[in-house]
Design a protein around this ligand. Structure first.
Ligand SMILES: NC(=O)c1ccc[n+]([C@@H]2O[C@H](COP(=O)([O-])OP(=O)(O)OC[C@H]3O[C@@H](n4cnc5c(N)ncnc54)[C@H](OP(=O)(O)O)[C@@H]3O)[C@@H](O)[C@H]2O)c1
Length: 205
């Protein structure tokens, strides 16, 4: 697939690299596509990745992954211009009391928004296989086909994708994960994972 990564840092760089390795065409939409940092990232990925402006990347992508600071959501979606029918995957977080999910759904006109790749640290995304299995990532959204596409991409990158089944359920999961984070990170640092053990794992998500 043609994937636009908006944001080329810990989350965007990690996911972009994983999908490029799996044969997808990945284009980073960046504030500075020619930066040394971007050149180093592209060099570590190889010829299947490129970097352009945010607007150009969005035009290229069938899937547009938002991996910028939550405070930049409005700016990048304004720059994106036309998102109609595109799958917009929102991995951003906001820490000012607003919901990053609600912000993206409010501003991404006509897009099929899926919330995903925000429930784990980037360290776990970069290396999703742990001794007890691979990391579970939670996702939500109203468009079933878009969610299925994102679940498949997640599985390709090595994640155990679970549909939270609704925005309210996702909000509850986020709260619970925050409690786990508070309790577990003093002991395990950032490189640990949550996995949901279930009987119907044959299902894709
Ligand atoms: N790090 C985690 O473990 C983690 C986990 C869950 C969710 N998240 C969320 O995922 C999003 C991305 O996090 P990250 O850790 O990947 O962040 P990061 O390493 O700082 O990367 C953010 C990227 O966004 C772009 N950007 C655009 N405007 C920016 C600005 N004003 N300041 C800084 N960067 C800007 C930059 O790419 P260009 O320079 O190419 O434009 C930058 O590489 C955030 O919303 C974060 O809350 C992060």
């Amino acid at each position: 697939m043609n994937i636009a990564m908006i944001g080329s840092g810990h989350i965007g760089g990690t996911l972009g690299k994983a999908w490029a390795t799996k044969g997808h065409r990945v284009t980073f939409g960046s504030r500075d596509p020619q930066s040394e940092r971007m050149r180093a990232l592209l060099g570590s990925i190889g010829p299947s990745a490129a970097a352009v402006s945010v607007k150009e990347a969005v035009e290229f992508g069938e899937i547009v992954v938002l991996a910028v600071p939550g405070t930049e959501i409005e700016r990048v979606l304004e720059e994106a211009v036309d998102l109609r029918r595109k799958i917009v995957v929102n991995a951003t977080m906001l820490f000012d009391g607003r919901s990053a999910d609600a912000e993206v759904r409010r501003l991404a006109n006509g897009a099929r928004v899926v919330r995903a790749f925000h429930t784990s640290t980037w360290e776990a995304l970069a290396n999703p296989q742990f001794s007890g299995g691979n990391v579970t990532l939670f996702m939500s959204g109203e468009d079933e086909e878009a969610k299925q596409t994102v679940a498949s991409l997640g599985a390709e990158a090595g994640f155990d994708m679970v549909d939270a089944d609704g925005d309210e359920a996702m909000a509850e999961i986020e709260k619970a994960l925050f409690s786990f984070w508070t309790a577990l990170s003093p002991r395990f640092g950032r490189d640990y994972a949550i996995r949901v053990l279930r009987r119907e794992e044959a299902q894709p998500f």
